[in-house]
Design a protein around this ligand. Structure first.
Ligand code: PGA
Length: 250
């Protein structure tokens, strides 16, 4: 099965920097095509057209958007709608990232409405879930994952489910250098796999589950070798072409 390797560039890179990173990555991917990898890059809104241009004609790379507001249009100063993303040729979005949940106040319900709206609009959605350290230490891992998935998934059916990817990102491992160990990742991914099957039934079997949180060239291959790890969502290490390429090839 093709593994998905996604780059979340967050609020990094000016236009020239994004253009250069994307052009370098394109050159290296063309030089050594990998049939068992699918790459997704989530640049900031202002860098989307340049990154798309850099990857034009490279069908194994998709450019996605990190965010949007769940309304068709309206008085939402500073927000971007799904139609505005469609105008740019974007059909892949991220929802539920922990930075949006915890720094920008997005609730499980808000994440669910974004996820449902994007899927209903024909978009592919990467839905991020994950627990804080306090929740893990209190023994609430399964409960947190269940609540995040049960709020986001029940309304989804058939065709929408085929466009959904789930990214499990333990919040204590994001940007901290602390990677979840193999046993922790295995257990969490098995939990996510069984929760998804319980919530949406058989249709959920094919939903890819990605791991994210301090993924680096040195741990990518171990992570990709674990059961139920169908890919990786990479933040910091995706900003540098060489390190991201090593993760893609891991
Ligand atoms: P990180 O970020 O790889 O820098 O930990 C992951 C993410 O936020 O998706």
């Amino acid at each position: 099965m093709q593994k998905i390797i996604a780059a979340n560039w967050k609020m990094y890179k000016t236009r020239p920097e994004a253009r250069e990173t994307a052009a370098d990555l394109y050159r290296l991917l063309i030089a050594e095509p990998l049939s068992d990898r699918r790459v997704i890059v989530f640049p900031s809104f202002t860098n989307i057209p340049d990154v798309q241009e850099a990857f034009a004609g490279e069908s194994t790379v998709t450019v996605g958007a990190q965010n949007f507001y769940p309304a068709a249009e309206g008085p939402f100063t500073g927000e971007i709608s799904l139609d505005m993303l469609l105008d740019l040729g974007i059909s892949q979005v991220l929802t539920g990232h922990s930075e949006r949940r915890h720094l920008l106040g997005e609730t499980d319900d808000f994440v669910a409405s974004k996820t449902a709206l994007a899927l209903a609009g024909g978009f592919s959605v990467m839905l991020c879930i994950g627990e804080t350290l306090a929740e893990r230490e209190a023994g609430n891992l399964a409960e947190v994952l269940s609540s995040q998935l049960r709020t986001a998934l029940p309304e989804l059916q058939g065709d929408a489910l085929s466009r959904l990817t789930v990214a499990y990102e333990p919040i204590w491992a994001i940007g901290t250098g602390k990677v979840a160990g193999p046993a922790e990742v295995l257990a969490a991914h098995a939990e996510v796999r069984s929760l998804v099957a319980r919530i949406v039934g058989d249709a959920g079997r094919g939903i890819p589950i990605l791991y994210g949180g301090s993924v680096k060239p040195g741990n990518a291959s171990m992570l990709l070798g674990l059961d139920n790890v169908d890919g990786l969502l990479v933040g910091g290490a995706s900003l540098d072409v060489q390190s991201f390429l090593q993760i893609i090839k891991a």
